[in-house]
Design a protein around this ligand. Structure first.
Ligand code: ATP
Length: 203
């Protein structure tokens, strides 16, 4: 099964692009959704996270207080590494299992923080969604109803556009309208169908 890892900064257009790929027939696997599922109350990562952070990170419904955890790891690199060590192996295994059950020609695996963590994912190709920082800020702030500064602070915790682009096999530039985005997605969809076909012939 051909695997494309998709990443990009906040507000770059990852969700918009994955929705377009899905409509064209790709299988979408979202690492953020998997993390949320695996760390729900009683799920495989839940107890280990509680042991690491203590019971104060649990709310009255026994669910994790995710904003509090985000805040705690923001200023504590060791805690962040230990959290990743709990989550990443489980996420990787879950992705692999979902891909094995998959009958689509190829999969898009959305991993927003692909380059920020230390984890290696089993992917064939990296697609980066890139947008000028001004547009990232405007789009994310208006979507979430937050201040520009809030988005700027998150961008500051992510790797730079330049570093992201250096590691890309393919790039979608989301600096124009939705129609422009759609045509870039269509071209890449055709390319991924071809690559998936080639891979099938070689195995
Ligand atoms: P996050 O990292 O915060 O999850 P994201 O990378 O998934 O964000 P999207 O949610 O797809 O980004 O896009 C951010 C916002 O910008 C959304 O409201 C989306 O509808 C809008 N948007 C994305 N691309 C365009 C575009 N080309 N033209 C106009 N609006 C766009």
């Amino acid at each position: 099964m051909y695997r494309v890892g998709l990443t990009g900064g906040i507000g770059s257009g990852k969700t918009t692009v994955t929705n377009m790929f899905e409509k064209l027939g790709a299988r979408i696997i979202d690492a953020d959704i998997i993390v949320r599922e695996l760390s729900g109350s009683g799920k495989p990562a839940y107890q280990a996270i509680l042991q690491l952070f203590g019971t104060e990170v649990v709310d009255e419904n026994q669910e994790l207080r995710r904003p509090l955890i985000r805040q705690m790891i923001f200023s504590n690199a060791e805690l962040k590494t230990r959290l990743e060590a709990i989550l990443h192996p489980l996420v990787r295994t879950e992705i692999d299992q979902r891909i094995m059950k998959n009958s689509h020609p190829y999969s898009i695996i959305s991993i927003p923080l692909l380059f920020e963590g230390n984890s290696a994912y089993n992917i064939d190709r990296i697609l980066v969604i890139d947008a000028p920082e001004k547009l990232q800020i405007a789009r994310a702030a208006s979507r979430d109803g937050v201040d520009c500064e809030d988005v700027q602070n998150i961008i500051a915790t992510q790797i730079s556009r330049k570093q992201r682009l250096e590691r890309a096999d393919d790039v979608i530039i989301n600096d124009a309208d939705i129609a422009s985005l759609q045509s870039q997605v269509r071209l890449l969809h055709d390319k991924y169908l071809q690559l998936a076909d080639q891979q099938r012939c070689l195995t």
